[in-house]
Design a protein around this ligand. Structure first.
Ligand SMILES: [Zn+2]
Length: 73
């Protein structure tokens, strides 16, 4: 039996879910970053202060994600 595949998706309370099943956490992170970049382009006047995506990757099995790079500030 194969190792159970964990997938990731991106969810934010403001931005909603991306609706994409990402096979890797890396892909999910890039998706979230791309969403944040889209906001920056849509609202350039707020960049880089308050504009951001609140989407974050979640694992399909509900496991904790280790944020080794999660700049809050
Ligand atoms: Zn995504």
């Amino acid at each position: 039996m194969d190792t159970e595949k964990i997938t990731y998706t991106c969810i934010g309370s403001v931005r909603g879910a991306c609706g994409v099943t990402h096979r890797t956490l890396d892909a999910a992170r890039r998706c979230c970053a791309r969403d944040a970049g889209a906001i920056h382009r849509a609202y350039p006047s707020t960049y880089p202060t308050r504009a951001y995506s609140d989407r974050e990757p979640i694992a399909s099995d509900g496991s904790e994600i280790d944020y080794d790079e999660n700049p809050e500030d």
